[in-house]
Design a protein around this ligand. Structure first.
Ligand code: GLY
Length: 365
């Protein structure tokens, strides 16, 4: 079913104007007409992966008129391919096709494809037009918006990258129906995070997202799914507008739950999904906040109930090597000096930044 897309504008200092995020069902077959007003490109390189290409590439490609040349590159799927060798393949393909600075590279896929393709677009000829077509819930609510692009390097997630904003983002929620349930949970971990920081971005916020999520999440309800994704993107756009390059202690709130999550993912060799790791990391943040007296037991219980109600796991994996986890956390990009930066809840929908001395996680055990 095709619907008129919702449209949100993301404004940043590095963009002369804002860029649109389109959200709706059945947008892929209309991709070119949504992209066209935002680029003067003649050639388009669509980068997909071995999961997304068979599902969506034909539909996107056939939306382009004959006088616009489209090409594709299909990368192997998975976090371990968010690598220099995938990046090099995009540069080589762009070079072989003779892409010019005014041409456009499109990412068609989840966060891995979006992040590598964005970094390739940022660096090929010092920057070509770039469009994000996220096909996972996680990418729709987080990685496709805000301009963070990267590859993993030296066993470290997102070590090499750039801030590079897209010309447009197209989130077709019909694509979500192709995802296995664990991929939906992956997105829900990040969606719950927005509920935990909602009232920071919006001083008049009344926990609208939290209330919506308490009723659960079902793809069958297209209007509600669209509204939830739209709320998350609108919240993200506010943090990004205030602090595009993550240097002003503002965008960092998007990292609620992430100090523990990134360490967990590294320890699990990225076999634990990001959103699931964020859910566990959020529980850790609630636990530490309770121990520190920042929240009362009722607020703590509400936070954990929200995560569990969405079907997310909240406990650290059994037998977790806590010394190794603490030591991975010490490598976190957000840390100041030898302390660990945590975003901790102080009320429903509110949080503050804390620099804690390791071994922090003993607090939560
Ligand atoms: N995913 C966190 C951020 O975009 O800043």
């Amino acid at each position: 079913m095709r619907q008129t897309p919702e449209k949100l504008a993301v404004k940043t200092r590095s963009c002369a104007s804002s860029y649109p995020v389109f959200i709706g069902a059945g947008l892929l077959g209309n991709a070119y007409s949504l992209i066209a007003p935002h680029t003067s490109a003649q050639k388009f390189l669509i980068v997909a992966d071995s999961h997304t290409a068979p599902l969506f590439l034909d539909e996107v490609t056939s939306s382009f008129p004959k006088d616009r040349k489209t090409f594709s590159l299909i990368l192997p799927a998975g976090e371990r391919h968010k690598s220099f060798s995938s990046l090099k393949r995009i540069w080589e393909k762009a070079g072989t096709l003779g892409l010019k600075r005014t041409d456009c590279i499109i990412a068609l896929g989840g966060g891995v494809v979006g992040d590598i393709t964005g970094f390739a677009a940022a660096t090929y000829m010092r920057g070509v037009d770039f469009v994000q077509i996220p096909t996972t819930l996680l990418a729709m609510v987080d990685s496709s918006v805000g301009g963070k692009t990267a590859i993993d390097f030296a066993r470290t997630k997102n070590l090499i990258g750039a801030f590079y904003q897209p010309q447009a983002v197209i989130a077709d929620i019909a694509a979500l129906h192709t995802l296995p349930h664990k991929e939906i949970l992956n997105g829900l971990g990040e969606i719950a995070k927005y509920a935990f920081i909602e009232n920071i971005a919006d001083a008049n916020g009344k926990g609208i997202l939290w209330q919506k999520l308490k009723k659960g999440f079902s793809l069958k309800d297209t209007a509600r799914t669209t509204a939830i994704i739209k709320t998350c993107v609108a919240l993200k756009a506010k943090f990004v507008k205030d602090d595009e390059h993550d240097t002003k202690d503002r965008r960092i709130f998007l990292n609620f739950g992430h100090t523990t999550a990134h360490a967990l993912e590294s320890l699990a060799n990225f076999k634990l999904s990001h959103g699931q790791a964020v859910a566990i990391g959020s529980k850790v943040a609630f636990d530490i906040a309770l121990k520190k007296g920042l929240i009362d037991a009722a607020t703590h219980a509400e936070g954990i109930d929200l995560l569990k109600g969405l079907g997310l796991e909240t406990n650290l994996p059994k037998g977790m090597d806590m010394a190794a986890l603490n030591s991975f956390m010490l490598k976190d990009k957000k840390n100041k000096g030898d302390s660990l930066r945590f975003i901790l809840p102080t009320a429903l929908g509110k949080a503050e930044i804390f620099d804690l001395q390791p071994p922090t996680l003993n607090l939560s055990l």
